[in-house]
Design a protein. Structure first.
Length: 507
């Protein structure tokens, strides 16, 4: 009997020990990427005990994103928010989430003295129409829009959790609803079993939760390519990062670019600030402040920021000036610790013309039928002897499947360091889904300028449970500018190679 008891106890200890290891060894990071989520890209990083555990966390986050989008989206005519807008004058029982977001907008409208207002959509539509007609809005149009914004557009009843849309003015919750959704998605993910940390990045707005300090590269608003040097690099733990600016979305009227961020008080696009990054404990706070700080004067922004404990901000003005909150430097990785680029070595004879660059534009195909992972993508350059001279991008989430990029892997797989632990999140203003730009400055992977002449540019894509595609084109990087449009495929809808003079700011 004693021997039986010892055997049972021994088995139990093995099971318990194994369970303990499974729970506490949640130290591997699993990454997934998606396109066309809330109109932009999505990256989820999960530190978990296994791929299965990470998959459960990912599923929880995606379900929460879908659930909240069905409530808060202003683009879905069937969402609860759209239904609320279409029933003016009628008291409606709202979900807790919609009531909370509308209440937050009331609060932020007061705190920012009107710089943040859901009815700014009235002005946005005026400028969209102006861009369509290619003529500036009239003073009368803007005055009418501003007068409309000054009205009260909805009324909330805290007791009954009902709301009344008081008029037919269009409203949009874009200012921080994406950040609100990201927060809830991260909360849902980290509640799943055997998960110790989660990072959710939707279109450049990021939430970090759990036992992980995440490196975050903040995009330089004056740069256009994915592989341009970042403005700065942060280390973030249990915080949210929101970036807003005029460098990715706006209105082109004639030869001038106008920001999509408008000042509800004047009717004009905000143009004195080109980028704002806010780090705060609450994602909604970070998103609201990042938008409002594009509109407010810098001194107003810094004063408002002091009312939020542990919140910091970096503002970039139109003339390139950096304005930082008092504690911003504590978040940054000091410049001397950032990895410096290898020195540029002078070539022997005819080297790459440093006044030129190659811009590679890529558009990932949109698959409508179902949500699917973004494809793995590799972009690289080979010389006439088929030797790789420069790896421009390798986008992947699961290192074990890098072999699916078989053309790239054949020449680069043994030397490329595929380490998800070292992959930074990218903080930026919201991008359009699936559209990316890369640049080649004529340097090889060691930082030396290559010789002028013929090279082949490759774009390879492989999708999990999808297809494998390879595009390539030879280009002669001598002489004048040239543009090549590549034929698209089921994974890469369009691509182009533009050998061009650098803009004055890049020289």
């Amino acid at each position: 009997m004693k021997s039986l008891f010892k055997a049972i106890l021994g088995c139990l200890l093995v099971v318990l020990t194994g369970a303990a290891i499974r729970i506490t060894n949640a130290n591997h990071i699993y990454v997934s990427n998606f396109e066309n989520v809330l109109g932009t890209s999505l990256e989820i990083k999960v530190r978990a005990a296994s791929q299965d555990d990470a998959d459960h966390a990912e599923e929880a986050a995606l379900k929460e994103i879908d659930r909240l989008a069905s409530i808060l989206s202003g683009y879905d005519s069937k969402s609860e928010f759209s239904t609320f807008l279409s029933s003016a004058g009628v008291a409606q029982k709202l979900s807790p989430e919609l009531f909370e977001v509308l209440d937050l907008f009331n609060s932020w409208r007061l705190r920012t003295r009107g710089a943040l207002d859901p009815s700014a959509e009235v002005i946005s539509r005026v400028w969209k129409n102006a861009a369509h007609k290619q003529e500036l809005p009239s003073t009368a149009e803007l005055d009418q829009a501003v007068a409309s914004i000054k009205k009260i557009h909805y009324q909330l009843d805290e007791t009954t959790k009902t709301a009344v849309h008081l008029d037919n003015s269009p409203l949009m919750l874009n200012s921080f609803v994406k950040s609100y959704i990201i927060e809830k998605a991260a909360e849902a993910a980290i509640k799943t079993l055997h998960v110790s940390a989660v990072v959710v990045n939707i279109g450049g707005d990021i939430v970090v939760r759990g036992e992980l300090t995440e490196p975050v590269q903040v995009v330089d608003p004056t740069a256009s390519a994915e592989n341009d040097a970042p403005l700065t690099k942060l280390m973030v733990k249990n915080m949210a990062v929101a970036t807003s600016g005029n460098y990715r979305r706006g209105y082109q009227i004639g030869d001038k670019w106008y920001s999509h961020i408008v000042d509800p008080r004047s009717g004009k696009p905000a143009d004195h600030i080109i980028s704002v990054t806010v780090v705060a404990p609450s994602a909604s706070d970070a998103g609201a402040l990042a938008t409002a700080f594009n509109v407010l004067r810098p001194e107003e922004s810094l004063k408002l920021l002091k009312d939020l404990p542990n919140a910091e901000a970096l503002l970039i003005t139109r003339d390139g000036k950096r304005i930082e909150s008092e504690g911003w430097k504590k978040l940054e990785i000091p410049v001397e610790k950032m990895v410096a680029a290898a020195p540029v070595l002078a070539g022997a004879e005819s080297t790459w013309n440093t006044k030129y660059e190659l811009a590679i534009q890529i558009e990932i195909a949109k698959i409508e039928e179902a949500r699917v992972h973004a494809p793995f993508v590799a972009v690289w350059v080979e010389d006439e002897n088929k030797n790789t001279v420069r790896n421009l991008a390798v986008w992947y989430s699961k290192p074990k499947w890098l072999r699916d990029l078989r053309s790239w892997h054949r020449g680069n797989g043994t030397t490329y360091a595929a380490d998800a632990e070292k992959m930074s999140s990218i903080g930026s203003a919201t991008r359009s889904a699936g559209k990316y730009i890369l640049k080649w400055d004529g340097k090889d992977d060691s930082g030396a300028l290559v010789k002028a002449g013929k090279y082949t540019v490759y774009i390879e894509a492989a999708r999990e449970h999808g297809t494998h595609q390879l595009m390539s084109s030879e280009m002669n990087f001598e002489g004048s500018a040239k543009l090549i449009n590549l034929t698209g495929n089921v994974e890469i809808a369009a691509a182009s190679l533009d050998y061009r003079k650098k803009s004055r700011s890049e020289k």
